[in-house]
Design a protein around this ligand. Sequence first.
Ligand code: PLP
Length: 456
Amino acid sequence: MAGTAEPERQSSRVADRARAVIPGGVNSGQRCVPGLENLVVASTSGATFTDTTGRTFVDYHAAFGPPLLGHNDPDVNAAVTSALGRLDLCGVGVTAQEVELAETVAGLVPSVDKLLLTSTGSEATFHALRLARAVTGRRYIVKFQGCYHGWHDAVSLNVISRADAVGHKDPISAGILPEVIEATLVAEFNDVDGLTTLFDALGPDIAAVILEPIPHNVGALLPDQAFLRACRDLTSRHGSVLVFDEVITGFRHHLGGYQAISGVTPDLTTLGKSMANGLPVAALGGRADLMDQLSSRPGAPVFAAGTYNGHPAMVAAAAATIAKLQDEPVLAHVHALGDQVRAGLREVCADLDIPAVVTGYGSVFLTYFMDTPPRTYRDLLANDTELFIGYRNHLRDHLIFELPLNLKRNHLSYAHTESHVDQLIDATRQALTKALTNRPAVSASASTMGGIGSTP
Ligand code: PLP
């Protein structure tokens, strides 16, 4: 199309300039996606984003999850603007708005007596684990294969591992001290026996167990209730700290997080993403006796600080987001749309006779191309990666954006509508048909996992 050639040239010029001054041309791992190297985003609005060539996509990637209300929510934006008109960062004392936000979250999330704000989820999980080690005086952290908890060393391993790396330590980065890798034990999600064996062997040395209650960083491994209970029972019995990383599930699945749904209450909880609809605020919350060990309390031993913690604009964004989640039927809307999407996708896969597991929770959905619902990360090795990525690439021809990376989930927001969903189902039928038609007769990639990727 002659009309699009110039915008495309301009876009690729910006991308070239980006690569010259930003490593890889993007500011976070996994933003540079094969086939999308020249994507330059111009604007966002509601359920969509527009690139600099003028194409507007319905966005199901949603920046890995934060904009639960939709991009540029007017109420959140108004709250931010109003806060900035009155207040800037002081770096001393507290504001009334920080107090109100902490009171609100403590009233909503079962495990939270006290709350410390951070800017990112990684900081929150970092502080959770340092705190756990400090209060227990112990060495080991237990995480689960497939869970992602941020970029810091203690948790930078075993996210999306290749088949041959499962069961071994699989760091996602160079530059981590071997001693740090050694001090993180990796267990299999939903495997009560495996976790019990680990505690039988090393219980007195385990400081913390950290998990995503639904490991959404590999799509959606739905937790067995017995597994979540076992995490609680084993950590309680052995004096370890249980950390629920609810950076994705918090607020998105329930105002009280997944812990309010499961009835399993951890000692510490990390929150982020949907908490402020996309503005950078996250939090560590938990039992008062643990939280009071953080050095925001003078004389307490566990150092915790951050120049931007409690930034007034971010606090306003979080307060406005949570207020809207409380006042309007946001969660009912996105959960209903999620059910509609999953039903529609199941029908499409059945019609096309594709082995598929359409899954997710509430507003999160995705389709694994495999026979049996996965319970553990090992089960996910059966996903047909080529088809998973292939149809997502074809969806862009229909102006729909799902991240074309293996195992990545999709998100619905308050700004998505039933007609968006109808369009998605229709487009998925066509995109899958095309991906199946185009694929080589014998697919070599059905069980290759495509790298170490973690989410940003
Ligand atoms: N925990 C979970 C479950 C996440 O998905 C993420 C990011 O994707 C993090 C922690 C890290 O959060 P951030 O990227 O804000 O540092």
